[in-house]
Design a protein. Sequence first.
Length: 206
Amino acid sequence: MGLCGNLEVFYSEVGNISCKILPRCNEYRQKIQTWPEPIVKFPQALDALEKKDSCLVSLSPLLIHVAGVFLEGTQYLLVMVDPDAPSRNDNRAKYWRHWVVSNIKGADLKSGIIRGNVISDYQAPTPPPTTGLHRYQFFVYLQGDRVISISDKENRNRGFWKLEKFLQDHRLQSHEASTQFMTEFDGHIPQFFRRMNEAKGKFSER
């Protein structure tokens, strides 16, 4: 599946920014750093999955096979990362973890309501100076009944996140939907984000 696949991401004033470069006009580039988390929609999300259940009933000497079908509510996992940290030419700190939410109901994801267990709070895109365009990627995975977690040690640092290992550890298959947008530093950083950018621009090998 290509990265631009079925996922819609809406920011205030801009609208659906999926697979676009965030423009600098109307101060959109500055505003994205203070806007709250975006609306994320997956229109093809499933409300429920069909599951088959079966049992064997022994009525000696007769063996009866009983099969049934029931519906199980679906749960999804949302991941937002920056694979270009600190820059596309030097991405040793990928995948910078911007947002992770588990236990999202399919019905909520269809309508863009991201409710669930927030594993990593949303962090707005803040690409450091002189690092060029950054990709901000969104992935949705079918979680099922898996319990998703990140260790306290892992959660202390958003950078150097081993996304592939995280997916393997939780037995998550290929993403169901994905998208990305691009943006870069524009010379203006709100005071609140200055320390965040300083930390993001000063990586050391771990």
